[in-house]
Design a protein around this ligand. Structure first.
Ligand code: PMP
Length: 357
């Protein structure tokens, strides 16, 4: 036994120190009645579209490798989001595209904090240095501080989630454009929540050779398909294509994504409903004593809870409602993040929260 445990230890010693030092991205896998933790669209597609997806899956040639460049799906996404298919790259979720960008450009990587955790986790996993720059007190982008940090560290990539997760706000156009203009690094503008803000930096793509836009089909109702989208100059796409895994979008995701986008109007209606639910929930939270919701242009609301937020999180979970607990020392102390659910789920969340408080 002694020898065995020593061997186990030795093999783990071979793992890169940067990886050994990492904490895995935390996903709460508790099975709950009301799941409001992961910014998913709570609505399934109607049965008729589900059946169409079933038929497409039946026809799919799963004995063959997928179309390596996912041509048809890329074209459908290009039509939906008015992008140029020649300047696009698809990924197994935008998570994979974040990894591809860091693989291609390397580090140091600069990102505001708090922001989406995967920028830092992925950079560290690839043994790259990370420099985080605090947001302002109102969760705004401190453009000068980002530019300074990028110059000082000789950053290769800067990630700006816009709107930002987990704060929910969109950085000002002026601040983002200032960063784009003043740094030598590649600037990734992560528009995962663009459908809920209605505002995009896409028109600026032609003006900035260092700009990369990232999007995802996850938040609009297709999280299970894992389809991320990147658009940038042809030169950047050419480089990223060299390191992309050859068959990264599987055949069934390509087939299902194509059918779903044929019915984009159904997805868009769900998004509109979620936006109106967001307004209702936000206003109700504003009126709830002991709760301060922060302005949002996403499908989630960050809120500060006067009472012990971790206890409130646990009490919600005990009653079958899962939100994201962000209550840790730092700017998000006392904060929880709730994803906008169906009207019934939002009502139940609000009622239960009030009972707990
Ligand atoms: N970017 C941001 C800002 C996100 O919040 C998320 C999901 N939480 C992602 C990217 C990753 O999305 P996916 O991998 O599902 O495309």
């Amino acid at each position: 036994m002694k020898t065995k445990s020593r061997k186990t230890k030795d093999i783990v010693d071979l793992v890169q120190p940067a990886v050994r030092g990492l904490a895995a991205y935390h996903i709460d896998e508790t099975s709950v009645r009301v799941k409001l933790d992961a910014m998913e669209n709570p609505f399934l597609l109607p049965d008729s579209i589900g059946k169409e997806i079933g038929k497409a899956a039946q026809r799919a040639l799963i004995n063959r490798y997928p179309d390596p460049s996912a041509k048809k799906l890329k074209q459908a996404i290009a039509r939906y989001w008015k992008m140029d298919p020649a300047r696009m790259l698809l990924g197994n979720g935008s998570d994979e595209l974040i990894q591809a960008v860091i693989l291609a450009f390397g580090g140091p990587v600069v990102a505001p904090s708090p922001s989406f955790a995967m920028y830092e986790i992925t950079a560290l996993a690839l043994s790259q240095k990370v420099v985080t720059v605090p947001l302002t007190n109102e969760f705004g982008l401190d453009a000068d501080a980002v530019i300074k940090a990028a110059k000082r560290s000789k950053a290769k990539v800067i990630f700006l989630a816009c709107p930002n997760n987990p704060t929910g706000n969109r950085f000002s156009d002026a601040a983002v454009r200032k960063v784009l203009e003043k740094v030598d690094a590649a600037v990734v503008i992560d528009e995962a929540y663009v459908s809920f803000s209605g505002k995009t930096f896409l028109p600026f793509l032609k003006m900035h050779r260092n700009m990369i836009i990232l999007r995802t089909l996850s938040k609009i109702g297709l999280a299970g398909l894992r389809i991320g989208v990147l658009t940038a100059s042809k030169e950047i796409i050419g480089e990223l294509n060299k390191i992309r895994l050859p068959y990264n979008i599987n055949t069934l995701s390509q087939a299902a994504g194509l059918v779903a986008l044929k019915h984009a109007s159904t997805l868009n209606k769900q998004i509109s409903l979620l936006i109106s639910e967001r307004r209702k929930l936000y206003n109700a939270l504003l009126r709830t004593p002991g709760v301060t919701p922060f302005p949002t242009e996403t499908n989630f609301i960050l809120m500060w809870i006067e009472r012990d937020a971790t206890k409130v999180f646990q009490a919600l979970k005990k009653r079958g409602i899962l939100v994201k607990n962000l209550d840790q020392p730092g700017p998000l102390k006392g904060c929880l993040r709730v994803t906008i659910g169906t009207p019934a789920e939002n009502k139940e969340f609000l009622k239960t929260l009030k009972q707990i408080l």
